[in-house]
Design a protein around this ligand. Sequence first.
Ligand code: ADP
Ligand code: ADP
Ligand code: ZN
Length: 216
Amino acid sequence: MNIILLGPPGAGKGTQASRLMADRGMVQLSTGDMLRAAVKSGSPVGLKAKSVMEAGELVSDEIVSGIIGERLDMSDTANGVIFDGYPRTAAQAEQLDELLEARGRMLDHVIELSVDEDALVDRIVGRYTCAKCGEGYHDHYKQPKVAGVCDVCGSTEFKRRPDDNAETVRTRMVEYRAKTAPILPIYEARGLVARVDGMADIDQVTQAIEAILDGK
Ligand code: ADP
Ligand code: ADP
Ligand code: ZN
């Protein structure tokens, strides 16, 4: 099964994708994570992407579809993937169709996480992750069980993204509205879209997504 999680920055895509990975053995393909790894490694893609990401603008379609294509050629993706943060433009949606078709795969669901825009700044500004295993947390909504210690791996080091500030979030939301939201009708016309209330508790959102994947 191949699914897309679609929603604005802070909607909960990464949080839900990592739960689906743990529960169902699906593989999460986050272009944001891949780009951040490229920036960290100083690769040519990373050098191009760094300033664009820091500004909250979109990296070029060629770059992101290129890295998705490479990733889809790895065998761990054969049983199903969760696209998290991709596609983000109509051109990327077309490129994804081509990438899947060339590999004899198809899309099963596009899950739209619908959220209240006012909540997004708060979610993003409070977001942080474990520096060691990447588990996601939030200052108010998802604190570690023991303060300062990662639930998953026990690390005491955490990090915040440079683009997770109130100012950049505004640009990212404008980008979402202008370039990403318009791809929903493309998938709606194909009968692929299911909408989930992204304002519900994290567990409830997971349950709603699982019900869609189970065809309930
Ligand atoms: P995205 O990948 O869509 O940008 P994340 O999954 O990183 O979003 O979530 C953004 C922040 O909001 C994280 O700190 C996360 O812990 C928190 N969060 C995610 N889902 C919810 C939810 N349903 N309710 C409250 N906070 C949430
Ligand atoms: P969020 O879900 O919080 O918006 P991501 O981690 O998905 O954040 O993306 C962070 C940044 O990486 C984006 O603001 C953008 O600059 C870049 N990026 C990630 N995915 C894409 C994509 N599919 N197309 C273009 N740029 C992307
Ligand atoms: Zn950890």
